[in-house]
Design a protein around this ligand. Sequence first.
Ligand SMILES: C[S@@+](CC[C@H](N)C(=O)[O-])C[C@H]1O[C@@H](n2cnc3c(N)ncnc32)[C@H](O)[C@@H]1O
Length: 265
Amino acid sequence: MQAGGAARFVPGEMALVLDPTGKRYLICLADQDTLHHHLGTVQHADIIGQLDGARVRSSQGRVFTVVRPRLIDAILEMPRKSGIVYPKDAAHLLAWADVAPGQRVLESGVGSGALTLALLRAVGERGQVIGYEVRSDFLELALSNVHAQANPRPTNLLLREHDIYTGIPDQDFDRVVLDLPEPWRVVPHVRAALKPGGWLAAYTPSIVQAGHLVETVRATGRFVQIETNEVLLRGWHIQGQAVRPEHEMVGHTGFVNVARLVGEL
Ligand SMILES: C[S@@+](CC[C@H](N)C(=O)[O-])C[C@H]1O[C@@H](n2cnc3c(N)ncnc32)[C@H](O)[C@@H]1O
């Protein structure tokens, strides 16, 4: 992943341009390209070679700010063909399933790769993410999204075209992370693939799915710390006397379910 800080912007890199009002534009830098804006054009060439946080002037002399995008900025803007796990849910999932540097994580389905990017960030270079996905077109999109954000390209990501309902051919995972229509069908396979003490995490859009998963997990007698949460995120507008919640919020996305595998008696 791009570390930010002292490295200068280079062609091919993503940059987040903030206009004088703070409105954001995510661009991929290219020597000859131009950002067209009603407050003037901004030449990519004026950004390339600058440091993170640089101020550049548009053709109308207006000041634009250029920063490296946060991973969540890039995830929300990247091309997608599937529903994605939104950053608020991904952050919660990473914390509740205790995903940490050096871990070996199984992810399925991979979809557009939004959660894959968050997992790669969390496990770091010493960790590994293995992703199973049934659709080859989704695998291609996910890989292209990961490569667009990760520089240099990660060598610790392995994507397989595989139906996880039929089994888990890899083993010794510290974490298994699911975003599938029927995650409960994976539970019988998870017990052999996940190390004891490891966490299973599953994102489910509906509470009916969450209920089915939780009851399946509980019935095995092999999981503890079984928890289901919904994350509500409400931004606030703070400007002078105008201090109030944002008028709009994402009302519902889904549920984050976690459970921890323990040994047999
Ligand atoms: C909602 S999308 C995942 C989105 C992804 N978490 C993201 O953040 O971009 C669900 C994915 O699961 C895949 N899928 C469905 N059934 C599957 C199975 N049995 N094995 C592997 N992948 C499966 C679908 O093709 C789809 O890409």
